[in-house]
Design a protein around this ligand. Structure first.
Ligand code: PEP
Ligand code: MN
Length: 362
């Protein structure tokens, strides 16, 4: 590892760096005349030292260190090291990454069983492989509908079983982890929770695939470090999600950062999906933003769908009608063909339910 020191690093800062290096088992060599670049090498005597992302962070946190320059020896778990293949995250019938693309769709929040079942059938028949729906909703106002909670989870479980769709739902509080795990095939960590370390560790420990949404003002590095919390719990199944960041114009709810999508496919081996609904904040832009995300290389989409947006209890203003969702899936399939990629789909419409009914009858 190479350390670049700050120009104003004091002799005491240097002492702390040397003390940490020695404690971890490194020998320190000064590489340039100014003394501002230090190389940490394995000590010839003593136990062999293995540079790690943890060591790298310990040095980065010291006051005298400006940057750790050469990270090849100590990559973070999310980093795309040389020749590292894409991580493919599989969830129920869906697959994200390595050329596989899947679509998650459903209402913003679980409202009632009939509506959830209706939406689930529509999105499944149009080509979605996972059903989304929040039982615990992270609303901006404490007076807004907060979700049905446990009752919502029970409905998700029932509708998932009835339609053959895997379930994606948000974990908002570490205390709910067991009940969420009972029904979720994939745990959503929402934008507002992206930097909640306790929640990330809990999601990591669960071993379930995690959908990690970018905070609305989070940098790429912050998103990847949030993913690192999950990965470092020995859970490799993380899907990142770009859902738009804060901008200055209110023509869209957020600004979809397609640059980040393209960047992440170079910076990390983890799959990345796009949420055009929370980026657009209005139904007419969901389809074009979905196309933009896929064109930028996204490994999937998460889309809010509702047949009666004016009756939706949250995010009705951005929900697309099932008919528009079907058009969106067709548009995505067209783009994927150009790319030599394919959409993971469930067996043909109706056959899943028939198979499930037959299974129940046996
Ligand atoms: C959601 O998916 O409904 C949601 C609340 O998203 P975000 O966390 O991106 O705001
Ligand atoms: Mn929503």
């Amino acid at each position: 590892m190479l350390l670049q020191l700050r120009s104003h690093a004091t002799p005491r800062d240097l002492e702390s760096i040397r003390a940490l290096a020695s404690e971890l088992g490194y020998e320190v060599r000064t590489l340039d005349a100014s003394g501002r670049v230090l190389e940490l090498c394995r000590r010839a005597d003593g136990r062999p030292v293995r540079p790690s992302a943890h060591h790298r962070s310990l040095f980065e946190d010291l006051a005298g260190v400006r940057a750790v320059l050469d990270n090849r020896e100590a990559p973070e778990l999310s980093e795309r090291a040389q020749a590292r293949a894409d991580t493919v995250v599989t969830v129920a019938g869906a697959a994200f990454g390595g050329g596989r693309v899947s679509i998650i769709a459903g209402p913003c929040a679980v409202e009632d069983e009939g509506r959830l079942l209706e939406i689930a059938r529509c999105v499944r028949d149009a080509g979605a492989t996972l059903l989304r729906g929040g039982a615990f909703k992270p609303r901006t106002s404490p007076y807004s509908f907060q979700g049905l909670g446990e009752a919502g989870l029970a409905l998700l479980g029932e509708v998932g079983r009835a339609t053959g769709l895997g379930i994606v739902t948000e974990l908002l509080d570490p205390r709910d982890v067991d009940s969420v795990l009972d029904v979720a095939d994939m745990i959503q960590i929402g934008s507002r929770s992206m930097s909640n370390a306790a929640l990330l560790v809990e999601a990591g420990r669960s071993g379930k695939p995690v959908l990690l949404k970018r905070g609305l003002a989070a940098t790429a590095r912050e998103l990847l470090l949030a993913a690192e919390y999950v990965l470092s719990q020995d859970n490799p199944n993380v899907v990142l999600c770009e859902r738009g960041i804060r901008g200055f114009d209110d023509v869209t709810r957020n600004v979809l950062d397609v640059g980040l999508v393209a960047h992440l496919s170079r910076a990390t081996h983890l799959p990345v999906i796009v949420d055009p609904s929370h980026a657009a904040g209005r139904p007419d832009l969901v389809l074009p933003l979905a196309r933009a995300g896929i064109a930028a290389g996204a490994d999937g989409l998460i889309v809010e769908v509702h047949p009666e947006p004016s009756e939706a209890r949250s995010d009705g203003a951005q929900a697309v009608h099932p008919r528009v969702f079907a058009e969106l899936v067709a548009a995505v399939q067209g783009l994927l063909r150009l790319d030599g990629r394919e959409l993971a789909t469930l067996p043909a419409a109706g056959s899943t339910e028939r198979a499930l009914a037959e299974e129940r009858a046996r």
